[in-house]
Write a new protein. Structure first.
Length: 204
């Protein structure tokens, strides 16, 4: 049967509504009926586009990665290039750490509902082996983006250090999302300490 021209848009609409439901009410809030009600579409639409709830969750993870990947890649590229330019200098004058922190804050704030949804899925993955495998694969996308950064800082084990950096950024993100006041100065301090912990060129 030929797909109607509006079907790709409807699929995206369903995923956007499902992500909003996860961010507001946790993974338990995501049911076929709840997603359809939120999207204002006929009953059966979720089943048509995704099949089972597990398939819907898999699509949610892919949507989150696609939504965040481009912006994170830009931040990682800019930091890597700045670090490469700073190599051999006696100070951190070649790297604007406040600019790095400001980019992180914008990413955290602009994608707030996506980040909340991801943390909900991460917690669920701690109790669900299938989801843990899926979330680990998603996380690896971002760990790999950290590898050029730690390589530019002289890492001898960029796979391990890249994952550690990704975990540290997640810690800053969780603090920013879940505690008051959400102070950008905390991100600036955290980013500065995080980068300096890996980069001898930023130690002074």
């Amino acid at each position: 049967m030929a797909r109607r021209s509006d079907q790709p848009d409807r699929r995206d609409q369903l995923l956007d509504e499902a992500l909003q439901l996860v961010s507001e009410g946790g993974l338990a809030a995501v049911t076929h009926r709840a997603v359809e009600r939120a999207a204002g579409v006929p009953h059966g639409s979720v089943t048509y586009h995704f099949g089972s709830r597990d398939d819907l969750i898999d699509a949610l993870v892919e949507r989150m990665v696609a939504s965040c990947e481009q912006e994170v890649a830009v931040i990682a590229r800019d930091v890597s290039m700045a670090l490469a330019g700073a190599a051999g200098r006696a100070s951190d004058s070649g790297l604007d750490l406040d600019a790095v922190a400001d980019a992180l804050v914008r990413w955290m704030d602009d994608g707030r509902h996506l980040h909340l949804a991801r943390f909900e899925l991460e917690l669920a993955a701690a109790r669900d082996a299938r989801l843990r495998e899926r979330m680990t694969a998603a996380a690896e996308v971002f760990w790999r983006m950290c590898e050029p950064i730690v390589l530019a800082m002289g890492s001898a084990d960029p796979v391990l250090d890249g994952r550690a950096m990704g975990a540290a950024v997640d810690g800053l993100l969780l603090d920013h999302l879940s505690h008051d006041p959400a102070d950008p100065a905390v991100i600036r301090v955290g980013a500065r300490q995080l980068l300096r912990s890996w980069a001898p060129v930023l130690a002074s």
